[in-house]
Write a new protein. Sequence first.
Length: 522
Amino acid sequence: MLELQRQEVKNPVGILRDPNPSDVPATSWTDGRNVRFKSGKVAKTSGHERVFGTMPGGRKPLYAMPYLTENTPYWFFGFEDRIFRTAGYSWQDVTRNDGSPVDYSASTTFTWNGGFSSGVAIMNNGIDPPQALRPFDTYFKDLENWPANTRAKIIRPFKNYLIALGVVKNSVEQPTVVKWSSPADPGNVPFTWDITDPTNDAGEAPLADTSGALVDGKKLRDQFILYKEDSVYSMRHVGGTYVFAFQQLFDDVGMLAPNCVAEFDGKHFVVGQGDVYVHNGVQKTSVIEGKMKGYLFQAIKTGGIKSVFVVPDYSNSEMWICFQSSNGESTSGQADRAVIWNWQEDTWTIRDLPDVFFGTIGVVDPRKDENWDSDARSWDIDTTVWGSSTYNPAKTKMLLVSHKDSAAYVVGETSLFDGKPFKARIEKTDLYEGDDLYVKNISSITPHIRGDGTCDVYVGSSMLQDSPVTWQGPYRFNIGKSHKVDCRVSGRYIAVRFEFESVGSWELNGYTIEQTPRGGQR
């Protein structure tokens, strides 16, 4: 009787796409899709479903911005021609109004951005004058005191100032100039942007140490971080004559596209030109080098830089880099894939997306009736707790906006992708136990899985290092019932793949490969 040899792999986490498969340790994976990692385990990713019903007039959204007032969560949605507000399934047109709505000229090229300053909603698209809505206004209005013949590609709030980037004056672009307003009183807009009046704080400054254009900016603790294409600056409020002080932080990184930054734990996570890095305003570290860097920047479709954006998932300690993939089926110019970093685990994974144009976080309250008949989701796919309200003011959710689908998707409360099942998979190739000489004869795979549902196990092999894998299977494994799957696979290098349907809940924390010697065959 042949003596069986067993190789147990415990708690493999993280997908490493950049190294050669043979260089990836057994404690990591070489490929996967629609999974996440937590506490040494693999689990399926959260699903997504449509929220807020049909977009008003069938319009295609470009932007969404959450707003919480009097314990009611609202969302402003920016469309090409209008701005609407919703608190659930009803929509209110809050477009600037001169007796009737005055349409905007936003587009997928000149899209919306903004934020909240001193309690005032600010929205900007770079073509129309910036828009402002005070707490008790019914409609947005052209931003009062905004300088004539001036536009800005990006406007962001900082303290009680507004910061304008990508400034265009009298049709002349000023790509390296940062412009700021006077401070605004609570519930009001800045009273001037006049840089020639020495009695107010309004001003502007060129950041010309490097040639790159300003891309975007975001608050980090008590400073505002300015991102150019090729460098990073800090902007600190110092008061007095200068109002703000500027300092170049880094001259070897910048930002790839607007909305490519998110904050966590007092740091910024940034997608730059050829790198993904984290910094605290003083020091920076690449978090993708040697792991997923080559894959990400090769996977972004040529000419698809504008499709890239970052959205955080704080409940799962994740940063999602969303982009249009080079080998995907999408032709919409929108993101169909996400590369995701978990900052607690320092792991990377990959997820499929619907075609989405923008993403953000906020409190989502779809205001549905909560009764048995109104819940269309079955027990198998519904991940919520019965009797719990959908609205939880203490918990934010990820919202993805699809211009192509004319929809908004909320992430996390379903096991389906927009009502359709999906597959989650994870695999490791080029396993050879340090022995690249002798052929291995695999007789069984024992997945270490807890939960319910089914898993299809594939076992592969190759005779040469880092060469294409010949797969056999699937071998069906019933979670909670099966112990192992039997197979007959031979090769110098072994591969395993675990594939799951979206229905069911499970955790995979490793596997055991069982083999018999093969008479010393080489």
